[in-house]
Write a protein that binds this ligand. Structure first.
Ligand code: PLP
Length: 309
């Protein structure tokens, strides 16, 4: 990824994450139907959101919207906030984040360690409440803040258009047949899918959402009941898949115990949807290579009870 001039080089290792094969996870997986996942916790801030965060900040610097005299403002349930916070700490910029009061203590500790200022919103209103609060703060003092607005910022999906999609095609030696990814801001799915449509138009695109408005899949949105992100392209997916919190959490436990991979619930949801797709493709006798995303590490969710079930 191209980088801003003043970030120390050890911080610039955003992207180029490993592609991990998840063989043995289900009888549906074989030499004919293979499943791989991008290990996005390998990014310096520990999640897929480093890609979007870095791109958003670099482009804002270039456009003269962000600098030492500005405060970066956004609504974030955690991972994007962590990305903004470590990058801005390295650049000497200030960050203010609106976050639902239900944020996990560990996430809060990480954000505060990087020096971010947190403003808490109602846990009942989820990320949508945080978005409304960020808009109010920006409207009250527009010259003080650069409102990064990850839900409407085109540089969010462009990060994945320029990096994630290209990496996946190179790592699968152009054998990719299906791409599966969850929708939060939709940046990962939209950007990766748009580039795949161009470079490998036969690849089928599968978006993943929680199956209900109230869910435990941190980072993902139930589009039917949420504020729809401005960057979301409703027409892009060949198939929209829904995953329950229980199903995703069961896959998280299985990934940890059977494959040695401790991943967050949205990674569990992505793999759950991918396994369902793999079963269908195996029944049809297809040859397939599925790639999905493991957005972050399970350590960020260890305080949740589902690991012990
Ligand atoms: C853990 C996790 N999974 C998935 C996503 C969704 O990614 P995107 O916003 O690119 O749709 C996010 C976004 O914040 C996230 O934090």
């Amino acid at each position: 990824m191209k980088t801003g001039a003043s970030l120390p080089s050890q911080h610039l290792r955003v992207g180029d994450t490993p592609l991990i094969e998840l063989q043995g996870l289900s009888p549906a997986l074989s030499r004919r139907v293979r499943l791989f996942a991008k290990g996005e916790w390998h990014n310096p801030g520990g999640s897929v959101k480093d890609r979007a965060g870095l791109r958003i900040i670099q482009e804002a610097e270039r456009a003269g919207l962000m600098g030492p005299k500005k405060v970066l403002l956004d609504a974030t349930s955690g991972n994007t906030g962590i990305a903004y916070s470590w990058i801005c700490a390295a650049l000497g910029y200030k960050v203010t984040l609106t976050v639902p009061g239900s944020i996990a203590p560990l996430r809060r500790a990480i954000l505060e360690s990087y020096g971010a200022e947190l403003m808490f919103t109602s846990p009942l209103e989820g990320t949508d409440g945080a978005i409304r609060e960020a808009r109010l703060i920006q409207a009250a003092e527009p010259s003080r803040y650069f409102y990064a607005d990850q839900y409407n910022n085109e540089n969010n999906w462009r990060a994945h258009y320029d990096t994630t999609a290209v990496e996946i095609l190179a790592q699968t030696k152009n054998e990719l047949t299906h791409f599966v990814a969850g929708l939060g801001t939709s940046g990962t799915f939209t950007g990766t899918s748009r580039r795949l449509r161009k470079l490998a138009p036969k690849v089928k695109l599968h978006s993943v959402e929680p199956d209900a408005a109230l869910h435990g899949l941190d980072g993902l949105k139930h589009m039917a009941t949420a504020i729809i992100p401005g960057i979301y392209d409703d027409k892009l997916a060949d198939e929209k898949m829904a995953v329950s919190t229980d199903e995703a959490q069961a896959v998280c436990r299985k990934l940890a115990k059977d494959r040695g991979l401790l991943v967050g619930p949205s990674g569990g949801a992505n793999v759950a949807a991918s396994l369902r797709l793999a079963e269908r493709l195996a029944e049809e006798g297809a040859n397939a290579l599925i790639v999905t995303i493991l957005p972050d590490n399970g350590e960020r969710y260890l305080s949740e009870r589902f690991w012990k079930e």
